[in-house]
Design a protein around this ligand. Structure first.
Ligand code: HEM
Length: 529
């Protein structure tokens, strides 16, 4: 051990050490000075990292999304920051009206140029497909269109307000009702000595199996091979490793193996012709992929990306919404009363045994406020745009061509000047008050679904689905802390890259007991719009 500390064994002397140290310090100073300089007088304030050049990248790698959030919160007066990184800049927007400017500026600020690279890395697309999807990324009206423009239009049109999204919402909620009934059926047998259940895993299972079914039909890969559920979550949890894009099978072996297993299963699904029983939105995506000459393997990988979009945020948001309500006796009593009233009104207006999505949204205001507040507190996503041309944002801030600008949901959601002194706390009242006062928050302040051209196309559908699913759980079961007392709520784990609503730091366990009479209603429940 001692030899390691004995610098005498190294072929250098103290004079050399002094020279090298002095040289390093001088170089650091030069780097700090040059990287701290603005490239234009109107460039936003430059935040120099402590480790020259690579400091911000190291910070993000070590601390995940929390790094930029803490930086943003330490400069509350600045609506936008410049983070120098090797060869480029990252601009971080932390204020809603400037976020709205980024979203409006679709000509020079666009997510599209980043998509081919990201998609290739995450899904493992081949070079040919990478080339095809990279064409005509942001077509103006009348110009030739590309793959992403066509898929974007198809998905946004399908999930926009209208008959299709209503039908899909009913199918999804009905399927989740079935999943819940099955889980409750399993509980019944152990009712005398109920075992604690991991609430996040419980929710994950129902949403994963249910979503795969309503999107891809009864012969979907997860129905055919239940082990693929684990492969799916391994893919999800290692996504950041896949994004690095270097030796994915070594850097993110579990995510890589999960992805490859799932894409092989989707290939078998497509080869067997099971697409015929998939939802029309899924069929339409595969049709567009065929028009662009994609192979079965590439269509399989794309199917995985849509399954991902349908599952991950819905799972985690349902988890937080349900946990928050059961952790607070007043919220639970209010939510249950609203749900009972929604069931009664549905019976009167849409027939016995029905539960109407429209009525739940109209009556269950506490549930809806908890859902929204769970999104505010759990969502730290970044809406990212590539800067295609030098841009003067809001006529005030210079953004350099080739760099990226990101809107930080984490900073905006924690901003006290928007949400009040209790911005750090979970307080669903802020969304109830908003309604009664009639003066809401800035439209770009709520970042749960992103914004602008990349605003989540599934937001209305997801709201229908999650409110219904949470309402069914709250109505049909009781959750209790295993040791008695009230259920505690863990903090969120914000040290990861926020690819979706943040998960908790630890996974809480609860005792789940069916409520005898109320659980019965699930058996006949008919979801209607
Ligand atoms: C609570 C549930 C959900 C949340 C919080 C959520 C949130 C988001 C966010 C933050 C984005 C990126 C926005 C941006 O970059 O500005 C996004 C994109 C997307 N979401 Fe959702 N989402 C949810 C549910 C869903 C569901 C259920 C679906 C589909 C069935 C879906 C489909 C998509 C798709 C396809 C995109 C990519 C849009 C594009 O092409 O740019 N989402 N979502």
């Amino acid at each position: 051990m001692m030899a390691l500390f004995d610098i005498g064994v190294w072929p250098i002397n103290l004079g050399t050490v002094t020279t090298v140290t002095a040289g390093f310090l001088a170089l650091s100073f030069v780097f700090r000075y040059t990287s701290g300089k603005k490239v234009h007088p109107s460039e936003p304030i430059v935040i120099q990292p402590w480790v020259p050049l690579i400091g911000h990248l190291v910070g993000m790698a070590l601390h995940g999304g929390r790094y930029i959030k803490q930086l943003g919160l330490s400069y509350p007066e600045e609506p936008i920051l410049t983070l120098p990184v090797p060869g480029s800049r990252i601009y971080v927007v932390t204020e809603p009206s400037l976020a709205a400017s980024v979203q409006r500026n679709t000509k020079t600020l666009s997510m599209s140029p980043l998509l081919p690279e990201i998609t290739q890395r995450v899904l493992g697309l081949d070079e040919r497909t990478y080339h095809v999807i990279g064409q005509n990324l942001d077509p103006e009206p009348g110009e030739p269109r590309g793959f992403f423009a066509d898929i974007h239009d198809w998905v946004y049109t399908s999930l926009g307000p209208g008959e299709y999204v209503n039908t899909l919402s009913c199918e999804a909620a009905q399927e989740l009702c079935l999943q819940l009934r099955e889980r409750i059926g399993l509980l019944d047998k152990a009712i005398d000595a109920p075992q604690p259940i991991n609430l996040l895993a419980w929710t994950r299972h129902m949403v994963t199996v249910g979503t795969a079914k309503y999107l891809f039909g009864p012969h979907n890969p997860i129905a055919e091979d239940p082990d693929l559920e684990h492969a799916f979550w391994a893919f999800d949890h290692g996504l950041a490793g896949l994004l690095i894009g270097i030796l994915p099978s070594v850097i993110a072996p579990k995510a890589y193996s999960g992805r490859e297993k799932l894409s092989a299963a989707f290939r078998r699904y497509l080869d067997a012709g099971h697409l015929e029983s998939a939802s029309s939105i899924v069929q339409g995506r595969a049709r567009i992929e065929k028009e662009y000459g994609m192979s079965t393997d590439m269509t399989a990988r794309s199917a995985l990306s849509f399954l991902f979009a349908g599952i991950v945020n819905t799972t985690t948001t349902t988890f937080w919404t349900v946990l928050r309500i059961f952790a607070d006796a007043t919220l639970l009593a209010e939510a249950r009363q609203e749900i009972r009233r929604a069931l009664e009104l549905s019976s009167q207006r849409t027939g016995p045994g029905s539960l109407s999505i429209g009525i739940v949204k109209e009556i269950c205001t506490t549930l809806a406020a908890v859902y929204k507040e769970s999104l505010r507190t759990g969502s730290e996503n970044f809406s990212v745009r590539m800067i295609k041309e030098d841009t003067m944002l809001a006529d005030r801030y210079f953004l350099k061509k080739g760099a990226v600008v990101q809107i930080s949901g984490g900073v905006i959601h924690a901003n006290r000047s928007i949400w009040g002194q209790d911005a750090e706390d979970f307080n669903p009242d802020r969304f109830l008050k908003e309604k009664s006062r009639g003066d809401g928050f800035h439209p770009a302040a709520f970042r749960g679904f992103g914004g602008g051209k990349t605003l989540c196309p599934g937001r209305d559908f997801a709201t229908n689905e999650i409110l219904m699913f949470a309402a069914m759980i709250i109505h049909a079961v009781d959750l209790a802390a295993p040791g008695g007392g009230s259920i505690s709520v863990p903090k969120k784990n914000d040290r990861v890259m926020p690819v979706h609503i943040l998960e908790p730091k630890y996974f809480p366990e609860v005792i789940v007991r069916p409520r005898a009479e109320e659980a019965e209603t699930l058996g006949q429940l008919r979801v209607v719009m």
